[in-house]
Design a protein around this ligand. Sequence first.
Ligand SMILES: NC(=O)c1ccc[n+]([C@@H]2O[C@H](COP(=O)([O-])OP(=O)(O)OC[C@H]3O[C@@H](n4cnc5c(N)ncnc54)[C@H](OP(=O)(O)O)[C@@H]3O)[C@@H](O)[C@H]2O)c1
Length: 283
Amino acid sequence: MKTVKLANGVEVPILGFGTFQITDPQEAEKAVKDAIKAGYRHIDTAQSYMNEEAVGKGIAHSDVPREELFVTTKVWVDNVNYDGVMTSVERSLERLGLDYVDLLLIHQPYNDVYGAWRAMEELQKQGKVRAIGVSNFGVDRAVDLAAFNEVTPQVNQIEINPFQQQAKNIEALKNEGIIPEAWAPFAEGKNDIFNNAVLKNIGNKYGKSVAQVIIRWLVEQDIIVLAKSVKPERMVENLAVFDFELTEEDKKEMATLNEGESQFFSHSDPEMIKWMASRKMDI
Ligand SMILES: NC(=O)c1ccc[n+]([C@@H]2O[C@H](COP(=O)([O-])OP(=O)(O)OC[C@H]3O[C@@H](n4cnc5c(N)ncnc54)[C@H](OP(=O)(O)O)[C@@H]3O)[C@@H](O)[C@H]2O)c1
């Protein structure tokens, strides 16, 4: 599969398998096993998904050697400080059954991100994580973090989908050497995305589904995509995006779908920040 090279040379498979909202342990283990069997080599989890142990079992029970897989986890808000990172990442590694993760992210831009970042820089030097980055950070916050630390965030995982295209932010991140990763590429099905006429018409020209058109559109922008499905046939479908190309006309049509706002919530909404701050991961 095509890879994207991070600033420190680490190569990331451009299409990853997302595991958000797969909370049932058996389902999560099976989904990860099925995804690896289908051909995914990049798995995205988080402390807050409450499935690291099941994801680890799925990895362990797959036939693919660890070093061929790229595994990401994320530190939840209540662990975002120096000691919280040091302790909770050890616990994440135990749950995952791994000696290292390939990418460690600060999940949300709250709490003591500076203390957390310094711990993450140390973990990277110790080889417990191969790359470090952030998620849901505005470009300003990511640049500020980079300005006062040794390591620039190697990725920023943000919501990117046809309704929230983030073109300016993507360009600004790339200019800073920060690779964008797209979460909720299908907007989790919101806004009836899988029946969107523009996306369907584009797909029909190539014999491709709406999901495949969206993934292709992101891959062509060199954005790392995280797509989630618990259905093996959809896992396979979502991988079959490397045999067609979108035209400039297709991309212009897709640009008209942008609503320029999140399909979920604003990361600057005080009520959301308070809610996230109150969620404890008990690690
Ligand atoms: N950093 C963050 O704050 C953050 C936030 C959200 C997500 N993420 C990451 O990004 C990943 C992807 O985002 P997401 O899981 O929120 O949503 P998503 O990938 O946009 O959408 C998942 C939904 O699309 C359906 N689906 C998948 N493939 C399909 C296809 N080919 N045809 C029709 N329906 C299809 C899935 O249903 P089935 O499962 O039933 O197939 C599921 O309901 C997550 O799993 C997680 O790893 C990160």
